[in-house]
Design a protein around this ligand. Structure first.
Ligand SMILES: *[C@@H]1O[C@H](CO)[C@@H](O)[C@H](O)[C@H]1NC(C)=O
Ligand SMILES: *[C@@H]1O[C@H](CO)[C@@H](O)[C@H](O)[C@H]1NC(C)=O
Ligand SMILES: *[C@@H]1O[C@H](CO)[C@@H](O)[C@H](O)[C@H]1NC(C)=O
Ligand SMILES: *[C@@H]1O[C@H](CO)[C@@H](O)[C@H](O)[C@H]1NC(C)=O
Ligand SMILES: *[C@@H]1O[C@H](CO)[C@@H](O)[C@H](O)[C@H]1NC(C)=O
Ligand SMILES: *[C@@H]1O[C@H](CO)[C@@H](O)[C@H](O)[C@H]1NC(C)=O
Ligand SMILES: *[C@@H]1O[C@H](CO)[C@@H](O)[C@H](O)[C@H]1NC(C)=O
Ligand SMILES: *[C@@H]1O[C@H](CO)[C@@H](O)[C@H](O)[C@H]1NC(C)=O
Ligand SMILES: *[C@@H]1O[C@H](CO)[C@@H](O)[C@H](O)[C@H]1NC(C)=O
Ligand SMILES: [Cu+2]
Length: 587
C-alpha cells in the first residue's frame, strides 16, 4: 500500500499521468493572403488557410504531424526550442538532421513533448518561413506555477511583399556587396494590421509574445499597464515587472497583465520595429505598430501613449529563472567571432571565424550515424559545416564575439543556455569591462548579441546529436552565419537509429545519405563544399566590406560581373585579388 502510494506520487510528479496523441494532418501548399491590406501575395498555408492555426499540446503528449508537401519545392519543419532528446532526427533543419521533404511527398514528424511554455514551429528550408510557413506551438503545463484567467498568443512579425526566394536572389548577389538586407513592407501583430484584444475588468491575462520575424526586432509595451515577465523561451522566470520589453527574432516572452477595473478608457499595445539595421525605409513602412485593447468598444477615447520605443530600458539578461541554477565553470570553450565580409564567390556573407556555413552533400546527422568511429573526427563533417565536437556532459562555454555593427540573435537547437557574461569589444580573456551573471543567470534558447560586443553562454552537452547554432535573422543564416555542434557522437550512435523514412526522403530527392560531407567514405573530402574564402585578408575589419564593395564596383565597370557569375569561386577570388593588385599598381 505504502509502496503503491509512493509509486503513484512518483508517477504524478513525473507528470506521466496524462499522455495523449495529438495528430495533425497538414497539406502544406500555396494560398493567398493580404494581412497588411496593401498587397495580396502568394503565401504558404496549411490546408488552404493562412495564418496557420497555432498548435497546442500538453506535457508528455506525443505530437504527430503528417505533412503532404504540395509546394513546388522541398520543405522541412522545425519545432523551435524542442530538446528532441534521443529524437534528434525530428529536429527539422534541412541537410543538418534530414534531407528536405521533396515536392509532392508525404512525411511524418513525431516526438514526445517533454517541455512546457511558448514555442513556435517554422520551415527550416531556405527562406520559407518568411513566406508564412510558421505558427505558434503552445505546450501546456498541468502543474502551471502561475495563475491567470486567459491565455492569449500574440505573434509579432515583419511582413514582406516579395517571395523569400526573390528576396534571397537579390540579397545574396554580387551586386549587393554591402549585404543590404531585404527590408520588410509591414509589421503584423497577431498576423494582421487590424488585430485587437478585449480585456474584462479584474481578469489576469497571460500574453505569450512571440517574435516570428525574419529580420525585424521589436519593442513591445502596453499603455497604462505594467507587464510581469514570467517566461523567457520556455523557461519560467521569477515574476519581474517591466514597462516595456524587446524580442529579437525567434524569442518568446510571457507576461501577466492584470486588467483595470475602470472601463472608461481603451489602450494601445505598441510594437515598434528597431530600424537600426534597415538600409532603406520606404515611406509606406509603418515601423510603429499598434493594436487596441478594448475595455468598452463604445468608448472612443484612448489613454495617452507611453511608448518609448527604442528608448526601452528592458534587459533580459537580468531576469532570473524561477528554478535557481548557478553557473558552474566550463570544461570546454569555443571562441566564435563573427562579422560580415565579401567572400571569394563575390557574396557578402556572415560567418563564424571566417568560415561560412554551406550545406554538405550528406545531411550532417547521417554523416554522424554512418561514419562509425570516424564520427569523432571533426574533418568528416566538412570544413564548411563549421563543425565543433562537444564531449559528452561537458559544460560548454561559447564566446560570441560580434565584430559587426548590428545586433544578431543566436539560436541553439536542442538546448537552453545560460547567459553568463557580456561586455563591449572582442573577448580575449583579459577584458576589464565585463559583467558576469553567475548566481542564477537567465536561461533561454535565443540570445541577442549587441553590435561590437561579446556575450558568453554556457550549456551542458547532455543531448547527443547534431545541433545547429545560427543567427535567426533568416537572411543571415542563408549567407552562412551558422555552426554545427557535434555532441557526443559515439553516444548518439548508441542511442539512436535513424528511421527508414529519413533515408526514403533522401532517396526521393536524389541526395546521398551516408558517408562524409562529400558523400564518400573515410577522410576523402573531395567534392564537399570548398573554395569559399574570405576575399582579401589584411584589411581592418571595418574596412573590408567597403573595400570589397569598391573593387566589385570597379570590376562591374569593366563588365566582369557576367563572367564572375559563372566562374568557380576559387578562380573568381584569384581574379578579384589580381584586379585589386592591378588597381593598386595603377594608383
Ligand atoms: C483594416 O481595417 C480597415 C478599416 O476597417 C480596412 O479598410 C482594411 O481593409 C483592414 N485591413 C485588413 C488587412 O484587414
Ligand atoms: C499523402 O498525403 C495526402 C494528404 O494527406 C494523402 O491524400 C495521400 O494519400 C498521402 N499519400 C501517401 C502515399 O501516403
Ligand atoms: C523581432 O526580432 C527582430 C530581429 O531580431 C527585431 O528586429 C524585432 O524588433 C523583433 N520584434 C519584437 C516585437 O520584439
Ligand atoms: C479592482 O477592484 C478590486 C476589488 O475592489 C481590487 O481588489 C483590485 O485591486 C482592483 N484592481 C485594480 C487593478 O485596481
Ligand atoms: C516610433 O515611436 C517612438 C517612441 O514613441 C518614437 O521615438 C519614434 O520616432 C517613432 N517612429 C516613427 C517612425 O514614428
Ligand atoms: C575504428 O574501427 C575500426 C574497425 O571498426 C578499427 O579497426 C579501428 O581500430 C578503430 N579506430 C579507432 C581509432 O578506434
Ligand atoms: C563597459 O561596457 C558597457 C557596455 O557594455 C558601457 O556601457 C560602459 O560604459 C563600459 N564601462 C567602462 C568603464 O568602460
Ligand atoms: C577569440 O577570437 C578572436 C578573433 O580571433 C580573438 O581576438 C580573441 O582573442 C579570442 N578570444 C579568446 C578568449 O581566445
Ligand atoms: C536528455 O536525456 C538525458 C537522459 O536520457 C538527460 O540526462 C539529459 O539531461 C537530457 N538532456 C536534455 C537537453 O533534455
Ligand atoms: Cu544576424
Amino acid at each position: 500500500m505504502h509502496f503503491l502510494g509512493t509509486c503513484l506520487a512518483t508517477i504524478a510528479a513525473l507528470g506521466l499521468v496524462r499522455a495523449a496523441r495529438v495528430e495533425l494532418d497538414w497539406v502544406v501548399g500555396y494560398t493567398t493572403a493580404n494581412p497588411d491590406g496593401l498587397f495580396e501575395r502568394q503565401v504558404i498555408g496549411i490546408n488552404g488557410e493562412w495564418p496557420p492555426k497555432q498548435v497546442e499540446a500538453t506535457l508528455n503528449d506525443v505530437l504527430v504531424i503528417n505533412i503532404h508537401n504540395e509546394l513546388n519545392e522541398p520543405t522541412a519543419l522545425h519545432a523551435h526550442g524542442m530538446f528532441q532528446n534521443n529524437t534528434n532526427y525530428m529536429d527539422g533543419p534541412s541537410m543538418v538532421t534530414q534531407c528536405p521533404i521533396p515536392a509532392g511527398m508525404n512525411f511524418t514528424y513525431e516526438f514526445t513533448i517533454t517541455q512546457t511554455g511558448t514555442y513556435w514551429m517554422h520551415s527550416h528550408y531556405g527562406g520559407q518561413y518568411a513566406d508564412g510557413f510558421k505558427m505558434a506551438l503552445i505546450l501546456h503545463n498541468p502543474a502551471e506555477p502561475y495563475k491567470y484567467d486567459e491565455d492569449i498568443t500574440v505573434p509579432i512579425s515583419d511582413w514582406y511583399h516579395d517571395q523569400s526566394g526573390n528576396n534571397l536572389k537579390i540579397f545574396m548577389n554580387e551586386n549587393n556587396p554591402t549585404g543590404a538586407e531585404p527590408v520588410p513592407e509591414s509589421g503584423l501583430i497577431m498576423d494582421n494590421v487590424n488585430s485587437s484584444l478585449t480585456f474584462v475588468p479584474g481578469k489576469t491575462y497571460r500574453l505569450r509574445l512571440i517574435n516570428m520575424s525574419a529580420f525585424s526586432m521589436f519593442y513591445f509595451s502596453i499603455d497604462g499597464h505594467d507587464m510581469d515577465v514570467i517566461e523567457t523561451d520556455g523557461i519560467y522566470t521569477q515574476r519581474t515587472t517591466v514597462k516595456s520589453l524587446y524580442l529579437t527574432a525567434a524569442q518568446r516572452i510571457s507576461v501577466l497583465v492584470t486588467a483595470k477595473n475602470a472601463t472608461n478608457l481603451n489602450y494601445y499595445m505598441h510594437a515598434d520595429m528597431n530600424t537600426d539595421m534597415f538600409d532603406t525605409i520606404s515611406d509606406s513602412l509603418q515601423t510603429n505598430l499598434t493594436a487596441p485593447i478594448y475595455y468598452d468598444k463604445s468608448v472612443t477615447e484612448f489613454a495617452p501613449s507611453e511608448d518609448v520605443g527604442m528608448g526601452s530600458d528592458f534587459d533580459d539578461i537580468v531576469i532570473p529563472p524561477l528554478e535557481v541554477m548557478a553557473a558552474v565553470p566550463a570544461e570546454q570553450q569555443l571562441n566564435l567571432t563573427f562579422e560580415f565580409q565579401v567572400y571569394t564567390d563575390g557574396i557578402n556573407r556572415g560567418a563564424f571565424n571566417n568560415i561560412p556555413y554551406i550545406a554538405p552533400k550528406v545531411p550532417i546527422l547521417n554523416t554522424l550515424m554512418t561514419m562509425g568511429n570516424l564520427s569523432h573526427e571533426v574533418d568528416v563533417y566538412g570544413r564548411h559545416s563549421v563543425p565543433y565536437i562537444l564531449d559528452h556532459l561537458n559544460m560548454i562555454e561559447v564566446i560570441l564575439n560580434n565584430a559587426d555593427s548590428g545586433d544578431h540573435p543566436f539560436h541553439l537547437h536542442g538546448h537552453v543556455f545560460q547567459i553568463v557574461a557580456r561586455g563591449p569589444g572582442i573577448y580575449d580573456g583579459t577584458n576589464e569591462n565585463i559583467t558576469w551573471y553567475l548566481d542564477n543567470p537567465n536561461r533561454r534558447d535565443t540570445v541577442a548579441v549587441p553590435a561590437e560586443s561579446f556575450t558568453i553562454i554556457r550549456f551542458r552537452a547532455d543531448n547527443p546529436g547534431i545541433w545547429i547554432f545560427h543567427c535567426h535573422i533568416e537572411w543571415h543564416l542563408e549567407t552562412g552565419l551558422a555552426a554545427i555542434f557535434v555532441e557526443a557522437p559515439d553516444i548518439a550512435q548508441q542511442r539512436m537509429t535513424l528511421p527508414q523514412a529519413f533515408n526514403d526522403l533522401c532517396e526521393a530527392g536524389n541526395i546521398p545519405y551516408s558517408g562524409n560531407a562529400a558523400g564518400k567514405q573515410g577522410l576523402d573530402l573531395k567534392g564537399a563544399p570548398s573554395g569559399v574564402d574570405i576575399l582579401i585578408d589584411g584589411f581592418t575589419a571595418s574596412g573590408k566590406g567597403a573595400m570589397a564593395g569598391c573593387i566589385l564596383s570597379a570590376l562591374l565597370g569593366i563588365g566582369a560581373i557576367v563572367w564572375f557569375a559563372h566562374s568557380d569561386p576559387e578562380a573568381r577570388g584569384r581574379e578579384i585579388i589580381a584586379a585589386k593588385m592591378r588597381e593598386e599598381q595603377e594608383d
